[in-house]
Design a protein around this ligand. Sequence first.
Ligand code: AMP
Ligand code: MG
Length: 334
Amino acid sequence: MRRSIAAVALSLLLLSGCAAEDKEYSSSFFAMDTYMTLTAYGDGAAQSIDGARAEIERLESLLSVTDEGSEIYAVNQNGGGTVSDSTEEIVKFSLEMAERTEGALDPTIYPIVSAWGFTGEEYRIPSAEELSLLLERIGYEKALLENGHITLKDCMMLDLGAVAKGYAGDRAAKILKEQGVTSALLDIGGNVQAVGCRPDGSDWRLGLRDPLSDGLLGVISVSDLAVVTSGGYERYFVGDDEKRYCHIIDPHSGYPADNGLLSVTVIAPEGAKCDALSTALFVMGAEGAVEHWRKYRDFDMILVSEGEIRLTNGVAERFELRDEYSDIKLVIIE
Ligand code: AMP
Ligand code: MG
């Protein structure tokens, strides 16, 4: 591979820089429980990146499940409440995606995510009895959203963690475009939102992480698209029983998804949709994901399992497997 590799510990890595003469402005910060780096090129880059960062921080302050001042925190404590337009929009979108994915994505999953210790990082394995009681508290169909007012029954609680970063990426990209930026790369904790192409007119080149090591399986070339990965390797713990438990929960069982998929990458223009789908498809497993893609065909995906990568035909031409991984089987989904 000719281009240099910027080593950042994220699932998707920016692989190349830009021509030295381009005006570049970059801002790195911690928000939404992850490191973000926003980079834009050209006149006005600095001001628009600062605006995009402020928007992401504003969204975090509305959507965080742990921040006692957030709207979602208040809704979770009070069994509902009236929320701002942004919170309404993301909750509405999450409920629609929950319906579309038949509950594989479920924004009411919070009590179960919390029982496994994924919010406070005090990991534990809940008993089967505890999980069956908690399962009664979740179910997106029971969450009501009407005219900006959320109603949660049965001690339900929302967790927008599976969609918030993708949504924030869309909002940040919109701000940049409105301010005339035509070339930017937003790395939102491994969710990448590409605005336009690189300053020299070529595609952005993103590394796809090998879920089993720190290496890169290959390179995806994109412009003006979001690329979002969900993987069990991103957050997990090993229980006393020596088993690995990851942070993505199957809402039908209450247990972490464990179906052979190591990571799912979704590519589409909208970051929120990519984020919702990458989590949901990870829960569905490879067969469910392929079935979902065949039904909708409004996104591209890369499914990584041990020894095999399945990818939709739209992304096949954008993906280059690295030589070190030539023994991996590549299967194109039609
Ligand atoms: P992501 O990294 O986008 O796949 O989102 C994972 C995060 O979403 C987890 O850390 C949980 O907070 C939350 N989550 C886990 N499982 C689900 C699920 N099935 N539906 C919705 N949110 C989930
Ligand atoms: Mg997600």
